[in-house]
Design a protein around this ligand. Sequence first.
Ligand SMILES: Cc1cc2nc3c(=O)[nH]c(=O)nc-3n(C[C@H](O)[C@H](O)[C@H](O)COP(=O)(O)OP(=O)(O)OC[C@H]3O[C@@H](n4cnc5c(N)ncnc54)[C@H](O)[C@@H]3O)c2cc1C
Length: 288
Amino acid sequence: MYPASFEYHAPASLDEALSLLERYGDEGRVLAGGQSLIPLMKLRFASPRALVDINRIEGLDGVEEVDGGLAIGALVRHKDCERSELLRGRFGVLGDAAPQISDPIVRNLGTVAGSLAHADPQGDWGSALLATGAEVEARSEGGTRVIPLDQFFQGPFTTALEPGEMVTSVRVPDPGPRAAGTYLKLERKVGDYATVGVAVHVSFDNGAVGKAGIALTGVGPSNLRASEAEAALAGAELDDDAIRSAGELAAQAADPRDDVRGSAEYKRNVVRIFVERGLRKAAGREEA
Ligand SMILES: Cc1cc2nc3c(=O)[nH]c(=O)nc-3n(C[C@H](O)[C@H](O)[C@H](O)COP(=O)(O)OP(=O)(O)OC[C@H]3O[C@@H](n4cnc5c(N)ncnc54)[C@H](O)[C@@H]3O)c2cc1C
């Protein structure tokens, strides 16, 4: 099917883009990689009056280290993250997630910010970035807001963005000098969306856990944080008991459904096992 007719704008500057988004309000949509928006338009699930293509705007395509954390611009593609040296080590959860997203064609075009703005409960970036405690920088003609990711996701395909606003960057806080993590994904075949995904990101402090981030993909109406598991780990030694108990708490936090990818019980079990594996990897005790 062809999309409904729409106006197409390709602004060369951020100011111009924000002015167009202001003009069209909730009838305008940002076009980034187009990997989710274009299929939705072809199926007529989305029929925006105007597309504001941000691909020609300079300065939005960088991953930079800022104050020990990261700033990921709105045009950073999945493939950029796959290749970035900055997304290893302390930010391993992000570097491990990138190559597991779909296939090379989608990864060449799709953006991290577009993935967050699309807010698919099966989106992998949502969980990987929730685990890091990331925030979204949203700009409009009216100014700039910084929105913590757990407030940004408001439900399936729904975010806190207001008409006229766009995500300009994603900020990942400094996890401290000793941090590690990973993203584990179960998929039916390579390139599929997650049956279950688990993001684990741990900062260590004097040998114990300082802060732990655990987030889940595909087992709820949006990417979910396993808050009780995170709280139980804070300050704890990352030993077998703590790992087992965090796996149980995360499984309880999951809210999966039976579907073609598996039963709710199966998915809950995968969450438990993946949280355990992810934490062991973060502790340097076992390859996940
Ligand atoms: C075959 C296929 C398989 C896929 N598999 C996976 C997968 O396994 N895991 C996964 O996580 N994803 C998967 N995806 C989705 C993919 O990651 C998309 O790239 C991503 O969801 C959207 O990014 P985009 O840049 O293409 O956004 P677009 O399609 O351009 O936009 C998506 C939505 O976000 C809005 N938007 C985009 N950028 C901004 C911005 N800066 N500010 C405000 N709003 C914005 C748009 O207006 C639109 O509503 C798959 C997609 C396809 C086609």
